[in-house]
Write a protein that binds this ligand. Structure first.
Ligand code: ADP
Ligand code: MG
Length: 212
């Protein structure tokens, strides 16, 4: 069973994994109100169990800078969702803070041989293309989390490249430890945080999918 986005984020919080500030808007004017509350720029995305891939269906709009753009994005996301799946159950449109940083992925699944395993890697929409990931059997310790980060090529960029400040490694380690605990305790078949956006300021789960 696929869990709704709001349910997934509740589980994240339980294991100390920070998530984006966000609200579910049912009406365009409500979306504008939420955007102001969060502060620009914001991201609008469809909230529907029936739509899995938001980029492909053009139901996620990032870097929205003002009220007018919110109103337009609200209409467009709903229109594109309906075009993709006319009978899709649409809960509304999520208004979310726009997070700056590097995109990583944290995943979990049940391996038929080893049981719960956890994955870390280069994330975002190019995850499948780059295949830059590391995997461990759960539960993991701090040292395992450090190794997982160091193993991927992308870690060279995460640690600061060409004068960019390094991403908060401590945050990533804590999130990997939290995700490992989650896999041990929550009876999860499959879990994906993609992206987990990390920077020198913060690390935040932006898009979460859990199958129980
Ligand atoms: P999906 O994986 O279903 O296509 P996502 O919610 O992961 O949808 O959004 C797709 C991409 O849009 C992300 O990989 C990221 O690059 C960007 N994005 C989504 N939400 C945010 C956000 N809150 N802040 C910054 N970028 C975002
Ligand atoms: Mg995603």
């Amino acid at each position: 069973m696929k869990l709704a986005e709001s349910e997934c984020k509740k589980i994240m919080k339980k294991y100390g994994i920070p998530t984006t500030k966000e609200f579910l808007a049912k009406k365009p004017e409500e979306a504008v109100r939420f955007a102001k509350k969060i502060g620009y720029p914001v991201v609008l995305k469809i909230d529907s169990e029936d739509i899995v891939h938001k980029t492909e269906t053009k139901t996620v709009m990032i870097n929205i800078k003002n009220d007018k753009e919110v109103l337009e994005a609200f209409e467009t996301t709903i229109k594109n969702a309906k075009r993709h799946k006319p009978r899709a159950k649409i809960n509304g449109v999520i208004v979310q803070e726009h997070v700056e940083g590097y995109e990583t992925i944290v995943g979990g699944k049940i391996d038929p041989q080893f049981g719960p395993v956890i994955l870390f890697g280069a994330g975002g929409i190019f995850t499948e293309v780059l295949k830059d990931t590391s995997i461990r059997i759960c539960p993991i310790e701090k040292e395992d989390a450090e190794e997982m980060i160091n193993e991927i090529k992308y870690s060279k960029i995460l640690k600061g490249f060409r004068g960019e400040p390094p991403a908060k490694m401590k945050e990533i380690i804590n999130i990997l430890l939290g995700a490992s605990k989650m896999m041990m305790k929550e009876n999860i078949k499959e879990m994906d945080i993609n992206p987990l956006i990390v920077s020198h300021k913060e690390a935040k789960a932006v898009d979460v999918r859990i199958i129980k």
